[in-house]
Design a protein around this ligand. Structure first.
Ligand SMILES: [Mn+2]
Length: 311
């Protein structure tokens, strides 16, 4: 699909068919697993080897303009044609911005064309039916566009699609990627079997909620505290180092908090990426683009700043 704008003309039927197709690709990949040039993966826990190239995009929130700029900058069609190049989105595709549906349809289009190179993680906005919160306009957008059928589309197509999204991705020896933050886990047995346990997160509401809602905060006198968001927790550096040591990764990459494109927490072990601009005029939008050699040779996590690009 060379024309980024064709998603603006999708009919109700075309939108439904495309999203349902991606839901079945996701469910098939989870259930049967899949092989790609970056390894085999299955279940809710995506797990890859370091790919030749990696692009990570943070929260979009219906900002089609920023998405389009990033796609042009990485030359997405040529980039994705190489099977060892991976493109990961960190969730929060909808709400706040004007083009939630179009952002979703574009992501589904590239997933449809490149099913083993494109990965969409789940954000807290893709779980409204589980954890209702105040800002939510996607359903209204669908009803404005498709009238009564908008609600049917939401319930029968969008909710199963949200449920098909994976919660977390590990790139071996490099990074853990997720939308909100690390779950506060004290149980040593859990950490020993973390891949298996994280794969079961759909049946564990508390775990899913923390992954979608948690934020890093700078305190060292305790492991975590209650979040001002009303959902999820603030996790401290002890939690981060626990996960880093268990997974033998270098840093955590997450979205969820508006910032000037990126920010660091916990001695630079947690990087926040934010890619939405239109609904957040005071903040900046950026993305990460890094090669295999750069991922392998990265020593100081702050050096990853060199690979963050503005839109
Ligand atoms: Mn979020």
């Amino acid at each position: 699909m060379e024309d980024l704008f064709s998603v603006f003309d999708f009919t109700l039927e075309e939108s439904t068919q495309l999203v349902e197709k991606i839901t079945s690709i996701h469910n098939n990949q989870k259930f049967h697993g899949f092989f790609s040039h970056v390894g085999m993966s299955s279940g809710d826990y995506l797990n890859f080897q370091i790919p030749d190239n990696l692009v990570v995009v943070g929260d979009l929130h219906g900002d089609f303009t920023s998405l389009k700029k990033i796609m042009y900058k990485i030359d997405y069609y040529a980039y994705l044609k190489s099977e060892s190049n991976i493109l990961i989105f960190l969730g929060d595709y909808i709400d706040r911005g004007k083009y939630s549906l179009e952002v979703l349809l574009f992501l589904c289009s590239i997933k449809s064309m490149f099913p083993t190179n494109v990965f969409m993680l789940r954000g807290n906005h893709e779980a409204y039916h589980r954890f209702p919160f105040s800002s939510f306009d996607f359903l209204r957008d669908l009803q404005d566009k498709f009238y009564d059928s908008g609600k049917t589309l939401y319930i029968h197509t969008m909710i199963p699609f949200f449920d098909s999204l994976s919660g977390i991705c590990e790139i071996n020896g490099f990074s853990l990627l997720l939308h909100g933050g690390l779950p506060v886990v004290q149980d040593k047995e859990f950490l020993r079997n973390y891949k298996f346990r994280m794969s079961e997160m759909k049946s564990d509401q508390e775990l899913l909620k923390e992954i979608l809602w948690n934020d890093p905060r700078e305190f060292t006198d305790r492991d975590w505290q209650v979040s001002n968001r009303g959902l999820g927790k603030y996790f401290g550096i002890n939690i981060t180092m626990n996960w880093i040591n268990h997974t033998k990764t270098k840093l955590i990459i997450r979205g969820h908090e508006p910032c000037m494109g990126y920010k660091f927490n916990h001695d630079n072990r947690v990087m926040t990426l934010f890619s939405s601009k239109d609904p957040y005029p005071k903040f900046e939008s950026s993305y990460l683009q890094i090669s295999k050699k750069e991922m392998e040779s990265l020593e100081l996590t702050l050096d990853i700043k060199e690979f963050v690009r503005g839109t």
